[in-house]
Write a protein that binds this ligand. Structure first.
Ligand SMILES: [Cu+2]
Length: 193
């Protein structure tokens, strides 16, 4: 093979890798348990609403799971599996009270759905049981992950580029950091109350 052709092939392979192989991974510390890490809105880019619904169950007087991360535009199905009636409401999304909503109250075996078109943190409550609480984190991009219990996370298939990445944890101050993604990229966060 001629040298020029080989150089061309290597360059093409490098470009292909750069466009598809970005990964953001790291650790969220300073807090214990699950956090959510997501890439903030990217100028000039929109993403189709995911077709697949996500289920949040109400079982044993608890929301399950307690923390759910979804991409903007996702429809969440809220199921009541208890023999008592449950309600679902939120007073705001990321503090914006205009985005507050009450889905109503329904009995066992029934569900209500809601499409989360606004990104942000949605603190779920049930007005029948004040102790019930959960969070939906609506990521403005499809690039998000929930950490494991030790705080480790991995967001795959992120195109190379410069982004703002936010780490959120229940009861802590969220943190947004600039992250330049080039292939396999590390981004650690330290959160505090
Ligand atoms: Cu309830």
């Amino acid at each position: 093979m001629k040298r020029n052709a080989l150089v061309g092939l290597i360059a093409l392979a490098a470009l292909t890798t750069a466009a598809y192989a970005g990964t953001i991974h790291g650790k969220v510390s300073g807090v214990s348990g699950e956090s959510v890490v997501y890439v903030e809105a990217i100028a000039g880019k929109t993403f189709p609403a995911p077709a697949q619904h996500v289920l949040i169950d109400q079982k044993g007087l608890m929301f399950a799971p307690h923390i759910v991360a979804v991409a903007q535009g996702t429809t969440v199905d809220f199921l009541n599996s208890d023999s008592v009636a449950h309600n679902v409401f939120w007073i705001s999304i990321s503090g914006n009270k205009k985005l507050g909503h009450n889905l109503g109250t329904w009995p066992k075996g029934q569900k209500q759905s809601f499409k989360f078109d606004n990104p942000g943190v949605v603190p779920l409550l049930c007005n029948v049981h004040p102790e019930m609480a959960a969070y939906v984190i609506v990521s403005p991009t499809p690039y998000f992950a929930t950490t494991d219990k030790s705080g480790e996370y991995k967001i795959e298939n992120v195109p190379d580029g410069a982004y703002t990445v936010t780490a959120w944890h229940e009861g802590a101050k969220y943190k947004s950091n600039p992250v330049k993604v080039a292939g396999d990229t590390t981004a650690d966060f330290t959160l505090s109350k």
